[in-house]
Design a protein around this ligand. Sequence first.
Ligand SMILES: Nc1nc2c(c(=O)[nH]1)N[C@H]1C(S)=C(S)[C@@H](COP(=O)(O)O)O[C@H]1N2
Ligand SMILES: [Mo]
Length: 264
Amino acid sequence: MAIRKQTAQQGTFLATHGESIIRDAQRELKSPARRLFGRRLLTLGGIALLSGCDLTNDKAVNTALRRISFFNDDVQALLFDPNRLAPTYPESMITRPFPFNAFYDIDDVPEVDAATYRLQVSGLARGKRTWALDELRALPQESQITRLICVEGWSAIGRWGGVRFSEFLRRAGADTTAKYVSLHCADYNYWTSIDMPTALHAQTLLTLTYDGDVLPPKYGFPMKLRVPTKLGFKNPKHIVAIEITNQYPGGYWENQGYNWFSGS
Ligand SMILES: Nc1nc2c(c(=O)[nH]1)N[C@H]1C(S)=C(S)[C@@H](COP(=O)(O)O)O[C@H]1N2
Ligand SMILES: [Mo]
Protein backbone atom coordinates (compact mmCIF):
# COMPACT_ATOMS: atom_id res chain seq x y z
CA MET A 1 0.00 0.00 0.00
CA ALA A 2 1.19 3.49 -0.82
CA ILE A 3 0.89 4.67 2.76
CA ARG A 4 3.80 2.44 3.67
CA LYS A 5 6.21 4.11 1.30
CA GLN A 6 9.00 6.44 2.32
CA THR A 7 9.15 10.23 2.54
CA ALA A 8 10.08 10.97 -1.05
CA GLN A 9 6.91 9.33 -2.23
CA GLN A 10 4.62 10.93 0.28
CA GLY A 11 4.14 14.06 -1.79
CA THR A 12 2.28 12.21 -4.47
CA PHE A 13 0.50 9.91 -2.07
CA LEU A 14 -2.69 11.83 -1.64
CA ALA A 15 -2.90 12.80 -5.28
CA THR A 16 -3.05 9.10 -6.04
CA HIS A 17 -5.00 7.91 -3.04
CA GLY A 18 -7.20 10.86 -2.15
CA GLU A 19 -10.32 9.00 -3.14
CA SER A 20 -9.59 5.99 -1.00
CA ILE A 21 -8.82 8.26 1.96
CA ILE A 22 -12.20 9.89 1.55
CA ARG A 23 -13.73 6.41 1.44
CA ASP A 24 -11.83 5.58 4.65
CA ALA A 25 -13.21 8.70 6.26
CA GLN A 26 -16.74 7.78 5.26
CA ARG A 27 -16.25 4.31 6.65
CA GLU A 28 -15.00 5.77 9.93
CA LEU A 29 -18.24 7.61 10.34
CA LYS A 30 -20.14 4.35 10.06
CA SER A 31 -17.79 2.10 11.98
CA PRO A 32 -18.56 0.81 15.50
CA ALA A 33 -15.48 2.66 16.73
CA ARG A 34 -17.38 5.84 15.95
CA ARG A 35 -19.83 5.04 18.73
CA LEU A 36 -17.06 4.94 21.31
CA PHE A 37 -16.48 8.60 20.59
CA GLY A 38 -19.91 9.54 21.85
CA ARG A 39 -21.75 12.40 20.31
CA ARG A 40 -18.76 14.53 19.43
CA LEU A 41 -18.30 15.22 15.77
CA LEU A 42 -15.75 13.08 14.01
CA THR A 43 -13.93 14.88 11.26
CA LEU A 44 -11.00 13.92 9.18
CA GLY A 45 -10.12 17.59 9.38
CA GLY A 46 -7.69 17.02 12.18
CA ILE A 47 -5.08 16.60 9.58
CA ALA A 48 -5.51 20.28 8.82
CA LEU A 49 -2.65 20.89 11.21
CA LEU A 50 -0.43 19.49 8.65
CA SER A 51 -1.70 21.91 6.08
CA GLY A 52 0.60 24.37 7.80
CA CYS A 53 -2.22 26.90 7.74
CA ASP A 54 -1.64 29.44 10.43
CA LEU A 55 -3.97 27.79 12.92
CA THR A 56 -3.81 30.49 15.53
CA ASN A 57 -7.35 30.37 16.82
CA ASP A 58 -10.25 28.01 17.01
CA LYS A 59 -12.17 29.78 14.30
CA ALA A 60 -9.28 29.34 11.91
CA VAL A 61 -9.03 25.70 12.89
CA ASN A 62 -12.69 25.14 12.20
CA THR A 63 -12.37 26.81 8.86
CA ALA A 64 -9.44 24.57 8.09
CA LEU A 65 -11.39 21.53 9.23
CA ARG A 66 -14.13 22.41 6.80
CA ARG A 67 -11.74 23.12 3.99
CA ILE A 68 -9.99 19.84 4.38
CA SER A 69 -13.17 17.91 3.90
CA PHE A 70 -13.12 19.01 0.29
CA PHE A 71 -9.62 17.76 -0.23
CA ASN A 72 -8.87 20.26 -2.90
CA ASP A 73 -5.55 20.12 -4.65
CA ASP A 74 -4.03 23.00 -2.71
CA VAL A 75 -4.78 21.36 0.60
CA GLN A 76 -3.47 18.07 -0.63
CA ALA A 77 -0.21 19.59 -1.76
CA LEU A 78 0.26 21.28 1.60
CA LEU A 79 -0.78 18.31 3.66
CA PHE A 80 1.61 15.84 2.27
CA ASP A 81 4.73 17.91 1.96
CA PRO A 82 7.10 15.82 4.08
CA ASN A 83 9.49 18.72 4.60
CA ARG A 84 6.94 20.89 6.32
CA LEU A 85 7.22 21.59 10.03
CA ALA A 86 4.16 21.64 12.25
CA PRO A 87 3.43 25.15 13.49
CA THR A 88 4.73 26.17 16.93
CA TYR A 89 3.09 28.70 19.24
CA PRO A 90 3.93 31.22 21.96
CA GLU A 91 3.46 30.26 25.60
CA SER A 92 0.50 32.63 25.87
CA MET A 93 -1.47 30.38 23.53
CA ILE A 94 -1.24 27.19 25.59
CA THR A 95 -4.71 25.73 26.17
CA ARG A 96 -5.45 25.57 29.89
CA PRO A 97 -6.51 23.16 31.13
CA PHE A 98 -5.21 20.90 28.41
CA PRO A 99 -7.83 18.24 27.53
CA PHE A 100 -7.49 14.58 28.41
CA ASN A 101 -8.50 11.98 25.87
CA ALA A 102 -8.25 8.21 25.63
CA PHE A 103 -10.49 5.34 24.63
CA TYR A 104 -11.57 5.08 28.29
CA ASP A 105 -12.50 7.47 31.12
CA ILE A 106 -10.00 9.51 33.08
CA ASP A 107 -10.68 7.32 36.14
CA ASP A 108 -9.19 4.37 34.29
CA VAL A 109 -5.87 6.01 33.45
CA PRO A 110 -3.14 3.43 34.13
CA GLU A 111 -0.71 3.94 37.00
CA VAL A 112 2.80 3.18 35.88
CA ASP A 113 5.40 2.70 38.62
CA ALA A 114 8.40 4.94 37.94
CA ALA A 115 10.85 2.77 39.88
CA THR A 116 10.17 -0.47 38.08
CA TYR A 117 9.33 1.06 34.70
CA ARG A 118 11.48 -0.12 31.78
CA LEU A 119 11.14 0.87 28.15
CA GLN A 120 11.78 -2.16 25.93
CA VAL A 121 13.29 -1.83 22.45
CA SER A 122 12.90 -4.76 20.09
CA GLY A 123 13.20 -5.65 16.43
CA LEU A 124 15.72 -4.11 14.07
CA ALA A 125 18.00 -2.46 16.63
CA ARG A 126 21.48 -3.37 17.82
CA GLY A 127 21.82 -1.03 20.79
CA LYS A 128 20.52 -0.91 24.31
CA ARG A 129 17.29 -2.87 24.70
CA THR A 130 16.03 -1.80 28.11
CA TRP A 131 15.81 1.79 29.35
CA ALA A 132 15.01 2.97 32.87
CA LEU A 133 13.35 6.34 33.33
CA ASP A 134 16.48 7.96 34.74
CA GLU A 135 18.44 6.90 31.68
CA LEU A 136 15.88 8.57 29.45
CA ARG A 137 15.93 11.69 31.62
CA ALA A 138 19.71 11.83 31.25
CA LEU A 139 19.47 12.18 27.46
CA PRO A 140 19.49 15.68 25.91
CA GLN A 141 16.07 17.27 26.39
CA GLU A 142 14.22 19.91 24.42
CA SER A 143 10.72 21.32 24.50
CA GLN A 144 8.17 22.60 22.03
CA ILE A 145 4.73 24.19 22.01
CA THR A 146 2.54 22.59 19.36
CA ARG A 147 -1.08 21.82 18.61
CA LEU A 148 -2.53 18.38 19.18
CA ILE A 149 -5.40 17.69 16.80
CA CYS A 150 -7.84 14.93 17.60
CA VAL A 151 -9.81 13.19 14.89
CA GLU A 152 -12.90 13.74 17.02
CA GLY A 153 -12.85 17.36 15.96
CA TRP A 154 -11.07 19.30 18.72
CA SER A 155 -7.55 20.60 19.06
CA ALA A 156 -5.46 22.14 21.83
CA ILE A 157 -2.04 23.74 22.20
CA GLY A 158 0.39 22.33 24.76
CA ARG A 159 4.03 22.25 25.75
CA TRP A 160 5.88 18.96 25.87
CA GLY A 161 9.52 18.31 26.68
CA GLY A 162 11.72 15.32 26.07
CA VAL A 163 14.25 13.62 23.88
CA ARG A 164 14.27 13.91 20.13
CA PHE A 165 13.04 10.54 18.96
CA SER A 166 15.72 10.45 16.24
CA GLU A 167 18.35 10.84 18.96
CA PHE A 168 16.81 8.08 21.02
CA LEU A 169 16.65 5.76 18.01
CA ARG A 170 20.29 6.47 17.23
CA ARG A 171 21.32 5.60 20.78
CA ALA A 172 19.18 2.49 20.70
CA GLY A 173 21.05 1.43 17.57
CA ALA A 174 17.86 1.33 15.51
CA ASP A 175 18.10 0.44 11.85
CA THR A 176 16.78 3.70 10.44
CA THR A 177 16.37 2.16 7.01
CA ALA A 178 13.53 0.05 8.42
CA LYS A 179 10.03 1.07 7.39
CA TYR A 180 8.13 1.36 10.66
CA VAL A 181 8.31 2.05 14.34
CA SER A 182 5.52 0.57 16.42
CA LEU A 183 4.74 1.81 19.92
CA HIS A 184 3.00 -0.28 22.55
CA CYS A 185 1.37 1.21 25.61
CA ALA A 186 0.67 0.24 29.21
CA ASP A 187 -3.05 0.89 28.87
CA TYR A 188 -5.05 -2.08 27.73
CA ASN A 189 -2.91 -2.83 24.69
CA TYR A 190 -3.20 0.51 22.97
CA TRP A 191 -0.66 0.72 20.19
CA THR A 192 0.09 2.71 17.09
CA SER A 193 2.84 2.92 14.50
CA ILE A 194 4.58 5.51 12.36
CA ASP A 195 6.75 5.49 9.26
CA MET A 196 10.52 5.94 9.77
CA PRO A 197 10.66 9.44 8.17
CA THR A 198 8.11 10.59 10.75
CA ALA A 199 10.06 8.90 13.54
CA LEU A 200 13.16 10.82 12.46
CA HIS A 201 11.31 14.13 11.95
CA ALA A 202 12.94 16.94 13.95
CA GLN A 203 9.73 17.66 15.87
CA THR A 204 8.99 14.08 16.91
CA LEU A 205 9.84 13.94 20.63
CA LEU A 206 9.80 11.18 23.20
CA THR A 207 8.30 13.41 25.86
CA LEU A 208 8.76 13.04 29.61
CA THR A 209 7.32 16.39 30.71
CA TYR A 210 4.19 18.41 30.18
CA ASP A 211 4.40 22.21 30.64
CA GLY A 212 7.65 21.92 32.55
CA ASP A 213 6.56 19.22 35.02
CA VAL A 214 6.84 15.45 34.98
CA LEU A 215 4.21 14.17 32.54
CA PRO A 216 1.13 13.48 34.69
CA PRO A 217 -0.66 10.12 34.38
CA LYS A 218 -3.56 11.58 32.40
CA TYR A 219 -1.18 12.85 29.71
CA GLY A 220 0.72 9.59 29.52
CA PHE A 221 3.19 9.09 32.38
CA PRO A 222 5.92 8.13 32.04
CA MET A 223 6.12 8.99 28.40
CA LYS A 224 4.17 10.15 25.38
CA LEU A 225 5.49 10.24 21.85
CA ARG A 226 4.62 13.71 20.59
CA VAL A 227 4.27 13.69 16.82
CA PRO A 228 2.92 17.14 15.93
CA THR A 229 2.72 16.23 12.25
CA LYS A 230 0.18 13.51 13.00
CA LEU A 231 -3.30 13.29 14.47
CA GLY A 232 -3.73 12.79 18.21
CA PHE A 233 -4.33 9.07 18.07
CA LYS A 234 -0.84 8.63 16.58
CA ASN A 235 0.66 10.26 19.71
CA PRO A 236 0.81 7.28 22.08
CA LYS A 237 0.87 7.73 25.86
CA HIS A 238 2.27 5.33 28.51
CA ILE A 239 4.70 3.76 26.04
CA VAL A 240 6.32 0.57 27.33
CA ALA A 241 7.74 -1.02 24.19
CA ILE A 242 9.09 0.17 20.87
CA GLU A 243 9.64 -2.12 17.91
CA ILE A 244 11.58 -1.33 14.73
CA THR A 245 10.16 -3.41 11.92
CA ASN A 246 9.54 -3.81 8.21
CA GLN A 247 6.19 -5.51 8.84
CA TYR A 248 3.20 -3.18 8.79
CA PRO A 249 2.23 -2.93 12.49
CA GLY A 250 -1.19 -1.21 12.24
CA GLY A 251 -2.60 0.21 15.45
CA TYR A 252 -5.56 0.24 17.80
CA TRP A 253 -7.56 2.81 15.81
CA GLU A 254 -5.87 2.13 12.52
CA ASN A 255 -7.12 -1.47 12.63
CA GLN A 256 -10.65 -0.16 13.09
CA GLY A 257 -10.54 1.86 9.92
CA TYR A 258 -8.69 5.07 10.70
CA ASN A 259 -6.35 6.16 7.98
CA TRP A 260 -2.88 4.94 8.96
CA PHE A 261 -1.04 7.88 7.48
CA SER A 262 -3.13 10.51 9.27
CA GLY A 263 -0.73 13.35 8.82
CA SER A 264 2.08 14.76 6.77
N1 LIG B 1 -1.87 4.89 25.27
C1 LIG B 1 -2.76 5.71 24.69
N2 LIG B 1 -2.32 6.73 23.98
C2 LIG B 1 -3.21 7.58 23.41
C3 LIG B 1 -4.61 7.36 23.51
C4 LIG B 1 -5.04 6.26 24.27
O1 LIG B 1 -6.25 5.99 24.44
N3 LIG B 1 -4.09 5.44 24.87
N4 LIG B 1 -5.49 8.23 22.90
C5 LIG B 1 -4.94 9.07 21.80
C6 LIG B 1 -5.81 10.15 21.40
S1 LIG B 1 -7.16 9.72 20.44
C7 LIG B 1 -5.53 11.46 21.68
S2 LIG B 1 -6.44 12.74 21.03
C8 LIG B 1 -4.41 11.83 22.57
C9 LIG B 1 -4.89 12.68 23.74
O2 LIG B 1 -3.80 13.07 24.55
P1 LIG B 1 -4.05 13.90 25.87
O3 LIG B 1 -4.88 13.07 26.83
O4 LIG B 1 -2.70 14.20 26.40
O5 LIG B 1 -4.81 15.14 25.47
O6 LIG B 1 -3.74 10.69 23.07
C10 LIG B 1 -3.58 9.64 22.15
N5 LIG B 1 -2.71 8.63 22.72
MO1 LIG C 1 -7.77 11.62 19.44
